[in-house]
Design a protein around this ligand. Sequence first.
Ligand code: G3P
Ligand code: CA
Length: 345
Amino acid sequence: MMTRRQAAATTLAAAGLAATPATARAPIARPLVIAHRGASGERPEHTLAAYRLAIEQGCDFIEPDLVATKDGHLVVRHENEISGTTDVAARPEFAARKAGKLIDGETVSGWFTEDFTLAELKTLRARERLPALRRGSAAFDGQETVPTYQEVIDLAKTEGERVGRVIGTYPEMKHPTYFAGIGLPLEARLAGLLKANGLDARDAPVFVQCFEVEPLKAFAKLSRARRVMLVARGPSPVDVTTASGLKAIAAFADGVGPEWPLAVPIVDGALGPPTDLVRDAHAVGLAVHPWTVRAENAFLPKALQRGVGPAAHGDVAALLKALYAAGVDGVFTDFPAAAVAARGV
Ligand code: G3P
Ligand code: CA
């Protein structure tokens, strides 16, 4: 009879979640579908409704971006300035909280999570970031609150039990250097939450991601959870276009999260042949989880656009299939149903 630990390892392996030694890395037959901010193409991002729908659609992981409140809670928003995704600007009681700040070298004006307690944030209501592109999602404005990371972990567990699948969470530390600078460091808070939830393990269904190198390294000293280095096109703290750059990442991370055209480039408005990124990353034991696949024409290369206008959906299946064919180990998407369908298993 299998022990509970063996049974858990079997379940994780079946879901493609188990840690794999760098030197004996088998190709993953079933790339992970990572619901980026939930099923955020169809519900306001980073809401429990968006995560519930993503799980219903068959995703493996739900992705929360994390920022801190004034009283030190980790809440789920893409940035600490919240006027684009909540109704805070229309709330007279918070008008005086409007501020201008320098965040990671950029001047930002608005309302910031670090100026609100969790109780105050919970009075706000979430709204669609891109209402012109996502009118169907905007119909759900005002129905949901700003969740904490703990609520997202709890949802993954209860919904996972309900649907009979392991649902992982894939938290991203947002602006960690900025938050450390104002006395609200994210790394220890995140590590503490993972530990309190039994997720401080290499084979736990969690990946911690960040665009900054030092916070990922700092997190590595606090937790055994797996880490993913995010990389965008253009100037970046690490170079994923060379084997040596990827080898450097492998010294402190388990995976790399490239902007998807770094894996499958856009050439003359169409998808080109894959770059060497997946091959070189796998050679040093890194998983590859590109971001972010979106269905609207506004986010697709010209050759995949269909119908009329930026909000119409293009041939997102072709992009997903190209990424899977390139050998990626998972994909971040605002449309998990499309990613599950294109995966075919
Ligand atoms: O975390 C992967 C991807 O989400 C990174 O971009 O800006 O959507 O958090 P962003
Ligand atoms: Ca993210």
